[in-house]
Design a protein around this ligand. Structure first.
Ligand code: NAP
Length: 248
């Protein structure tokens, strides 16, 4: 039976690049998305056109019911071996003293509660303790976790700091149960997430602050994720790998 990978937020940006690469090496991929169905359909269509298998599954990772439905869709395809905890949002550039409770709750619910709910479902399926055959969980951190994103979005940075702790703690919790848990820590990657900040041309504006003097591509992050999913990283767990052109 084909091994299955779930990519939360697999319809655009880094998630999209990762879903395409996982399908290319033979995984049946659950392409989760929140609302942009046409983007998810495009990814699934592209995978199918190259002979791969994928399904688009709408669901908000902050909803326990939706997370259960995402994993139920994966169960229909085969054994779950990979979870990419990728879905994440940024909000408009702001200081903490101007942030509403609503904004804070929405961001933490999606970026960190969602990752916890998905990781929990994955462990229930992958762990040797639960009759699974092992697997890999990759979390999306961010350079913001170490830089703090002052006057931009400290709540976003804090959610990614929590992602780092989830990575370290869970990796040790399930290390003897056949599951490796790692994270990537991207810097400035050229995707649409930066539009949410409300700063026009943010990616280009940041170039000077990046030691390599350029932004990264979604595919460059996906390549590191693929390595963390592979047997080539079989003794790596609890690692947080910077993919940031030197900026972190
Ligand atoms: P993106 O291009 O904005 O794509 C975000 C993806 O997440 C989309 O597929 C979106 O679905 C999905 N999504 C958003 N909210 C969701 C929810 N509540 N439930 C399920 N899916 C949801 O973002 P990206 O830049 O690729 O970022 C991906 C991850 O990398 C995020 O966790 C981000 O924080 C992290 N990251 C990005 C950068 C960067 O520079 N780009 C740097 C560091 C870390 P829809 O299409 O339906 O909206």
């Amino acid at each position: 039976m084909t091994n299955v990978a779930i990519v939360t937020g697999g319809s655009r940006g880094i998630g999209r690049a990762t879903a395409l690469k996982l399908a290319k090496i033979g995984y049946a991929v659950v392409v989760n998305y929140a609302s942009n169905q046409s983007a998810a359909d495009e990814v699934v269509g592209s995978i199918a056109a190259h002979g791969g298998k994928a399904v688009a599954v709408q669901g908000n990772v902050a909803s326990e019911d939706d997370v259960r439905a995402i994993f139920a869709a994966a169960d229909k395809l085969g054994p779950l071996k990979v979870l990419i905890n990728n879905a994440g949002v940024m909000d408009r550039q702001n200081r903490l003293d101007e942030m509403s409770l609503e904004r804070l709750k929405r961001l933490f619910d999606i970026n960190i509660l969602g990752a916890f709910l998905c990781a929990r479902e994955a462990v229930r399926r992958m762990s040797l303790k639960h009759g699974g055959t092992g697997g890999v969980i990759i979390n999306q951190s961010s350079a913001a976790a170490v830089l703090g994103a002052p006057a931009l979005g400290v709540e976003y940075a804090a959610s990614k700091g929590a992602m780092d702790v989830l990575t370290i703690g869970l990796s040790r919790e399930v290390a003897a149960e056949g599951i490796r848990v790692n994270a990537v820590r991207p810097g400035i990657i050229d995707t649409e997430i930066h539009d949410s900040s409300g700063i026009k041309g943010r990616v280009q504006m940041m170039r000077d602050q990046i030691p390599m003097k350029r932004e990264g591509k979604a595919e460059e992050v996906a390549d590191v994720i693929l390595w963390l999913c592979s047997e080539q990283s079989s003794y790596v767990t609890g690692a947080i790998v910077p993919v940031a052109g030197g900026r972190c």
